[in-house]
Design a protein around this ligand. Structure first.
Ligand code: 5RP
Length: 228
């Protein structure tokens, strides 16, 4: 599973703290990334200890990890509710807007996180910022990559096709699409950019998660700070 910067101990503390919120009978959205992976492993241990829980995976990576740790899975279409989603983020602003998609899983993550009654973000302090300013991952239909590039430039962004780390060629998402990492500089108003990207033909999903997170659990050396 892809690991970004930040201390693994802090990520672990955040992930385990969020996993402690899960109660018997819950359906839990399983986020993607190294921080969410700590929550999945903690839930696997809780299942071993008798917790009755079902997970809805947001990616093949989170599905595979859940299987490995013995966490029962259910398809999103087979459940009428998700009680809690636990997911990581690449950046978290003061007002809990997020940039996600470092692992190219943001399309399914957004569906699951938005469907959850409670969406808990898990992060280490390196993810915190006053104003979002990282590149925004935009998943695009392969045929639309040139038109979306132009649309991003019209919005004063600079798009870069995400390249695969371990082989030649682009990153291909779990949905068979490509990712443009789009640098817009600082985003004091991520909501309007989110709307503009969401209404661009060929965009499958963008990594701006605005007004979705209910709380953020940030792991520190001496504990976990919860922001809501
Ligand atoms: C995947 C994501 C991840 O949640 C995000 O990249 C954070 O990852 P990590 O916990 O490894 O830092 O959005 O699409």
């Amino acid at each position: 599973m892809k690991t970004s910067g930040g201390s693994d101990a802090a990520k672990r503390r955040a992930g385990e703290h969020a996993a402690d919120l899960v109660t018997d009978g819950d359906v839990v959205g399983l986020g993607t990334g190294s921080t969410a992976a700590h929550a999945i492993r903690a839930l696997g241990r809780a299942v071993d200890a008798g917790l009755d829980v079902q997970g809805v995976a947001t990616s093949y990576a989170s599905r595979d990890l859940a299987r490995e740790v013995g966490l029962p899975l259910v398809e999103l279409g087979a459940v009428s509710r998700i009680d809690l989603a636990i997911d990581g983020a690449d950046q978290v602003s003061d007002d809990l807007a997020l940039i996600k998609g470092g692992g190219a899983a943001h399309a399914r993550e957004k569906v699951v996180d938005a469907a959850a009654a409670r969406f808990v973000v898990v992060a280490d302090p390196s993810k915190e910022t006053a104003t979002l300013d990282r590149s925004v991952p935009v998943e695009v239909l392969p045929d639309a990559r040139a038109t979306v590039r132009r649309a991003v430039r019209d919005l004063d962004g600079e798009p870069t096709l995400r390249a695969a780390e371990r082989k030649d060629g682009p990153v291909v998402t779990d949905n068979g699409n490509l990712v443009l990492d789009c640098d817009f500089g600082a985003l004091p108003d991520p909501g309007s950019l989110a709307t503009a990207l969401a209404t661009t033909p060929g965009v499958v999903a963008h990594g701006l998660f605005v007004d979705l997170a209910d709380e953020v659990h940030v792991g520190h050396a001496d504990g976990v700070r919860v922001r809501a």
